[in-house]
Design a protein around this ligand. Structure first.
Ligand code: PMP
Length: 314
C-alpha cells in the first residue's frame, strides 16, 4: 500500500503540509522505538464522517503513555478535538487515523526523560487491511514460530511502537510462507493474538477469546465484539486458549480497527469449520458494520460525527 496522501498532518497543535511533516533523524524515537500510537477508522455514514470509539482511542493512547512514563501535554478531550480537526481540514469522508506520541529531539541517552514528548496525528484513506475479499472469504493464517512479547519484558497492554518489531517478525514470516497473517502464542504456549489483531473462536456455540494475561493488546474492536455478542445472547468466555483449539473451532476470526472483523478460513492449512465465514462471524459482522456505517441505531454511542471544518483565514 502506498500512501494516499492528504493535505495536512497535525503536529503539536499545528497543521503542517503532508510533505513537510518531518522530525529530526536524531530524535530518540528513531533510535529506541520510544513511541505510543493509535489506529482508528472513520466511516462514511448518511450523517457524514463518523469516528468509531474516538474517546476510547484517545484514552488508550494516554494509558500507553502512562505505562511508559511519557508526560503528555494533551488531555483526552484535546486529542479528540485535534483528531476531529485533522479529519475535517482534510475533507475526508472515511479514513484511517494515526495519532503517534514519541520522544523527540534532545539527547540520545537511553533515558528518554530529557526528550520532549511530541504528538502528531495523520489521516489518510485506507482500504481493507487483509484484502478486499478477506471480509467475506476469510484468510489463511499460520501459527508463528515467534512468540508474543513476554509479560515481564515489554508491556503488551501499551500500544507502543517498539512492540511492533515483534509484530513485524510475525507478519513477515507468515507472508514469506504464503499466509496472510500470523498468530502468535504467548511465552507459555497459549494463543495470544495476530500481529495486529485480536482473535476469537467459536466453540460449541460460545465465543472464546484469550484473556489480557495472554500478552494481548486490549483491543477496542475486541471489546465492541464482546458487547455485541453478549447483547445477542451469545456466551462469551475469556480464557487461556491452547493452539489446537484453533483447529477444532467451528469458526475463528480476527478483530481490529484495521482488520475490522475478518474471518479465518484456515490455520496452518487446516480448514476451520466449513472454510468460509461462519454464521456467528457473519452475525457479528452485520451488527458491527450496521453501526459503523450508520445503518442501524448507534445504541452504544460508539460514533462521533466529524463536524464541518471551518477554515480559519488569517
Ligand atoms: N492487537 C494488536 C497487536 C494490534 O496492533 C491491534 C490493532 N490496534 C489489535 C490487537 C486490535 O486492537 P483495536 O481493535 O483496538 O484496533
Amino acid at each position: 500500500m502506498a500512501f494516499d496522501k492528504t493535505e495536512y498532518i497535525w503536529m503539536n497543535g499545528k497543521m503542517i503540509k503532508w510533505d513537510e511533516a518531518k522530525i529530526h533523524v536524531l530524535s530518540h524515537v528513531v533510535h529506541y522505538g520510544s513511541s505510543v500510537f493509535e489506529g482508528m477508522r472513520v466511516y462514511k455514514t448518511p450523517q457524514g464522517a463518523a469516528c468509531f470509539r474516538l474517546r476510547d482511542h484517545s484514552e488508550r493512547l494516554l494509558n500507553s503513555a502512562k505505562i511508559y512514563r511519557m508526560p503528555m501535554s494533551w488531555t483526552a478531550e484535546e486529542i479528540d478535538q485535534a483528531i476531529l480537526d485533522t479529519i475535517g481540514i482534510n475533507s475526508l469522508e472515511e479514513c484511517y487515523v494515526r495519532p503517534v506520541a514519541y520522544r523527540g529531539y534532545e539527547s540520545l541517552g537511553v533515558d528518554p526523560t530529557p526528550c520532549p514528548v511530541d504528538l502528531t496525528i495523520a489521516t489518510w484513506p485506507w482500504g481493507k487491511y487483509l484484502g478486499a475479499e478477506a471480509l467475506e472469504k476469510g484468510v489463511s493464517v499460520c501459527v508463528s514460530s515467534w512468540n508474543r512479547i513476554a509479560p515481564n519484558t515489554m508491556p503488551a497492554m501499551a500500544k507502543a511502537g517498539a512492540n511492533y518489531m515483534n509484530s513485524q517478525l510475525i507478519k513477515q514470516e507468515a507472508l514469506s510462507h504464503g499466509y496472510s497473517e500470523g498468530i502468535a502464542l504467548d511465552v507459555y504456549g497459549h494463543v495470544s493474538e495476530g500481529s495486529g489483531e485480536n482473535l476469537f473462536l467459536v466453540r460449541k456455540g460460545a465465543l472464546v477469546t484469550p484473556t489480557f494475561a495472554a500478552s494481548i493488546l486490549p483491543g477496542i474492536t475486541r471489546r465492541s465484539v464482546i458487547r455485541l455478542a453478549e447483547d445477542m445472547g451469545i456466551k462469551v468466555i475469556e480464557q487461556n486458549v491452547p493452539r489446537e483449539a484453533l483447529y477444532l473451532a467451528e469458526e475463528v476470526f480476527f478483530t481490529g480497527s484495521a482488520a475490522e472483523i475478518t474471518p479465518i478460513s484456515r490455520v496452518d492449512n487446516i480448514t476451520i469449520g466449513d472454510g468460509v465465514a461462519g454464521p456467528m462471524t457473519r452475525a457479528l459482522q452485520k451488527a458491527f458494520f450496521g453501526i459503523v456505517k450508520g445503518e442501524v441505531e448507534d445504541q452504544y454511542g460508539w460514533l462521533t460525527h466529524v463536524p464541518k471544518y471551518e477554515k480559519v483565514t488569517a
